[in-house]
Write a protein of this length. Structure first.
Length: 302
């Protein structure tokens, strides 16, 4: 008789896949290494195939393990969504809400909004995934997402917040040493901070400002947060949200009247969650907070 493997086995399997060893997986899950080993052995017996091969670099997944990975990840997503749903009561604002946002928005913009939200609802727990990777609202990888591109799926409750203005900025220290460019042509003679891969707003920048294609960059990064940090460090001139630069008196907005990129912003959640008190109040708080943030960006430029 076949016995369905325990969810614990799949959880251990996923963690070993991500960590690369039994010991690291045990630390991650708060279990012992022999327990993790027993889980992997039991899962291998259940599926009738070897899942990992020992090597000098740790445990390497077999082809069978890689084939199983997306299904195990789907189980993990479903289990997490189940626990978030079970943690709340329909007549109270409490339980867990998982929010997805871009790296910069999640780290630099949302924390004050979430702080006010949790002051108002102490029973609310928030999980924040700050990443530029898009997490799936339809399959409940997250409950609510702040997106910089309009969500296209059906069955979503979507609110367009508006455009966050982006512009060239530099630290005063850099400008004192190298001067302040007044035109795109002058910008070409400066140390510029760029990205080492295409992003939605880089493509938008090239469409709105064709001269940007001719610029050469002396510092590149795949991280939007690292890009912003490089501007603050005085490495050179880069693009960031005007609302982030405003509170820092050492950051100067360059060519404000000549160059601006509008970064569209949306808040979305699955429409089935609109009757969930914890998701509804979180959704509304994010909308209000981001509307106020965009308003402050525009007041800065006025």
């Amino acid at each position: 008789m076949n016995i369905e493997p325990s969810w614990d086995f799949y959880r251990s399997f996923l963690t070993v896949l991500r960590q690369g060893s039994l010991s690291a997986a045990a630390r991650e899950l708060g279990l012992t290494q022999p327990t993790i080993g027993r889980h992997i052995d039991a899962l291998e017996e259940a599926v009738g195939a070897e899942l990992f091969i020992r090597s000098s670099n740790g445990l390497l997944p077999t082809d069978v393990a890689l084939d199983l990975q997306p299904y195990a990840e789907m189980l993990a997503t479903t289990a997490a969504a189940l626990l978030r749903t079970a943690s709340s009561q329909r007549d109270k604002v409490e339980g867990t809400v998982r929010i997805s946002a871009s790296e910069v928005i999640g780290i630099e913009v949302l924390p004050p909004i979430i702080a006010d939200l949790q002051d108002a609802y102490p029973g609310l727990q928030v999980e924040l995934s700050a990443s530029d990777a898009l997490e799936d609202l339809m399959n409940r990888e997250v409950d609510i997402a702040v997106r910089m591109a309009e969500p296209q799926q059906d069955a979503l409750l979507v609110r367009r917040i508006g455009d966050i203005p982006l512009g060239f900025h530099a630290h005063r220290r850099y400008l004192e040493r190298h001067g302040t460019p007044q035109t795109m042509a002058e910008l070409a003679g400066h140390r510029l901070i760029g990205f080492d891969r295409q992003t939605a707003y880089i493509r938008m920048m090239r469409k709105l400002h064709p001269l940007a294609d001719e610029l050469a960059y002396s510092f590149r990064t795949s991280s939007h947060l690292a890009h912003y940090t490089a501007i603050r460090a005085g490495i050179g001139i880069g693009i960031c949200q005007t609302g982030l630069a405003r509170p820092n008196p050492d950051l100067v907005h360059i060519m404000a009247d000549e160059f601006e990129i509008p970064l569209g912003t949306w808040v979305a959640m699955h429409e089935s969650l609109k009757t969930s008190p914890r998701c509804r109040v979180t959704f509304d708080a994010l909308v209000r907070g981001l509307l106020n943030y965009i308003k402050s960006c525009k007041e800065t430029r006025a």
